[in-house]
Design a protein. Structure first.
Length: 171
């Protein structure tokens, strides 16, 4: 395994390699062109959002929380929302640019920041879904379901590309 995290990522990748190979066996997963397009598109969209925020426009966070909060609740001030959006946009530009660069150069290490970010988002979505299921029951919104399905699909695409690139490094 030619990646620098051999002691951290090596054992689980080798131990569950048969499962990962079966998971990535459909021909729709693991294309570097898909990951490169995802990285370029994500970088461009995040840069546009970052430029809009730096020009002084207010962040559009109300659309994200309108289904989860009532009208009278206020989660944070506008300045705090802007600062958090700026920080996440800068990290998003970095992660998407590294994703595109990793897809172009066939370097699996460059895919890791995006994979870890995506894994955190997927776990948080699963936690929010489970907590809402426990407290409120099943209330599904089409846009939330579509976002989650697309996030999992994109993550599987990049993970299968990462798995393929790591296996190529072994030989």
């Amino acid at each position: 395994m030619g990646i620098p995290f051999r002691t951290v990522l090596g054992p689980p990748l080798m131990k569950y390699s048969r499962f990962y190979n079966r998971l990535c066996s459909p021909k729709i997963f693991g294309y570097s062109t898909y990951a490169a397009c995802l990285g370029i598109l994500g970088t461009v969209v995040t840069l546009i959002d970052l430029r809009r925020l730096l020009n002084g426009e207010a962040p559009t966070c109300e659309g994200l929380w309108k289904n989860r909060l009532s009208r009278s609740e206020r989660l944070m001030t506008n300045e705090t929302a802007r600062d958090l959006k700026l920080m996440s946009s800068v990290l998003g530009v970095e992660h998407y640019a590294l994703l595109a660069l990793g897809a172009f150069t066939d370097n699996p290490v460059l895919l890791l920041p995006w994979l870890f970010m995506g894994m955190v988002v997927i776990f948080l979505e699963a936690f929010l879904f489970a907590s809402r299921l426990f407290y409120e029951g099943i209330h599904m919104n089409r846009s939330e379901v579509l976002f989650t399905v697309m996030m999992i699909h994109n993550w599987l695409q990049v993970f299968c590309l990462f798995n393929r690139q790591v296996r190529m490094c072994d030989y």
